[in-house]
Design a protein around this ligand. Structure first.
Ligand code: ADP
Ligand code: MG
Length: 409
């Protein structure tokens, strides 16, 4: 059981409130509901990626942190092969049965699909699951790029798991949830989001090697805060542009592999190899590959800079990553660029860049303790004037990954 909630003063109150909500469901534990025993609680955090963007699906490196914006589920197991969940965020109740679950028959096109996807994928991997009735609540902003979907999946994986049954490690569990989102929900995401939500460590970022699904923890330097700024801009283009970027990377690998034996992913390509094969690549494909190859190197350099507390290097690495995503990978936006511009001009802001897939969503900044409010003030004063959009600023902390908070029966 994770204890990542410890020290968060709102946790106990959240647990009580969510449990009360569960108890208030009509017939929460009546004979008709079939659920019995004490209410169990599970939680799973959202995540923010410090650096390593569009590298996960290229078998590369990423450096996310799980953050204290979380999805919680209060539930009671029952002996039916079914899940019934009420979302406090959406205000509706949805259900699905384990019987006949398959990507071919998936069906509601609603939020419950993320839970059903996790159940399908766990069963498909040979893991036992149990039915339950519950309530879900969340402080992860939805659709902002902080991975509310992965948090929902990882929280679901804990609620669905049969207590005492062997549980795969965080990387393997993340791969199961990712496969559910890919195959069942139909979203072609990489593994970073689920992995960060599953494996987070309080006060640390995670260096994840997406080739082997293994991670190491990287301590956040004392004296720095993590601040996430939401641009409020729509990510309408995202799915198709994301898929195009993935195909461009695949084409780069295919063309380079014709001349370089053993190349299976952009992970296998370094800058020298890219340069000697550049003439084989369409210009746009070469630029996409250049971003990914150099971004992997920046991730390793960031881990070293965090360990050394080298603030200047952190600033340069974040700036280089942002420029590369803007100019080479072309996934930034005027709003993301404006947000970074505003942040880096604030004294005490050490590093700032767009985070997540791009086209909108959030920026991530490393900020000296005490300068968080100055960043918030600058964003609130300038961003809307520049873009016409309403920003949100979240000062977040790195927390432990998903787990049970309170056991039921
Ligand atoms: P992101 O992961 O960046 O927040 P996505 O579009 O990938 O955005 O996932 C958002 C979806 O996840 C929502 O539309 C909803 O279906 C589901 N979801 C997230 N949080 C909740 C919640 N608290 N209750 C119900 N569904 C949720
Ligand atoms: Mg998502």
């Amino acid at each position: 059981m994770s204890d990542g909630h410890r020290g968060n003063p709102s946790t106990a109150a959240r647990a009580v409130a969510l449990t009360a909500r569960f108890e208030a469901l009509p017939g929460a534990r009546g004979a008709g509901a079939g659920a019995s025993g004490p209410v169990a609680l599970v939680r799973a955090p959202g995540r923010v990626n410090l650096i390593g963007e569009h590298t996960d699906y290229n078998e590369g490196l990423v450096l996310p942190a799980a953050i204290d914006r979380e999805v919680w589920i209060a539930f009671a197991p029952w002996d039916r092969p079914e899940v019934e969940l009420t979302s406090a965020v959406f205000g509706d109740t949805r259900s699905f049965s384990f019987k006949g679950l398959s990507p071919e028959t998936r069906g509601t096109k609603s939020w419950i699909d993320y839970v059903a996807a996790t159940a399908w994928s766990m069963r498909d991997a040979g893991l036992p699951v149990r039915g339950f009735r519950g309530v879900i609540d969340s402080t992860v902003p939805i659709g902002s790029g902080l991975s509310s979907s992965a948090a929902l999946e990882m929280a679901s994986s804990w609620a669905l798991a049969v207590p005492g049954a062997p549980r795969p490690d965080a990387g393997a569990m993340a791969a199961i949830a990712q496969r559910g989102e890919n195959r069942y929900v139909g979203v072609n995401c990489g593994i970073m989001d689920q992995f960060a939500s599953a494996a987070g460590r309080a006060g640390h970022a995670l260096l994840i090697d997406c080739r082997i699904n293994q991670f190491k923890t990287a301590p956040m330097p004392a004296g720095l805060s993590l601040v996430v700024c939401e641009t409020g801009s729509s990510r309408k283009l995202e799915a198709s542009a994301y898929n195009t970027r993935r195909s461009e990377c695949e084409l780069g690998v295919k063309l380079i592999a014709e001349r370089e034996p053993g190349v299976k992913a952009l992970r296998d390509i370094d800058e020298a190899m890219l340069e000697r094969n550049r003439d084989r690549l369409p210009e746009v494909v070469a630029r996409r590959c250049e971003h990914v190859v150099r971004e992997d190197a920046r991730v390793m350099a960031t881990v070293a800079a965090l360990a050394d507390g080298d603030l200047e290097a952190l600033g340069q690495l974040f700036a280089a990553s942002h420029a590369s995503l803007r100019d080479l990978y072309e996934v930034s936006s005027a709003e993301l660029d404006a947000m970074v511009d505003i942040a880096v001009a604030v004294p005490g802001v050490v590093a700032s860049r767009m985070t997540g897939a791009g086209f909108g969503g959030c920026t991530v900044s490393l900020v000296k303790h005490g300068a968080e409010e100055a960043l918030r003030d600058a964003v609130l004063a300038q961003y809307q004037k520049r873009t016409g959009l309403e920003p949100r600023v979240y000062i977040v902390a790195a927390v432990d990954g998903a787990g049970g908070v309170k056991q039921g029966a």
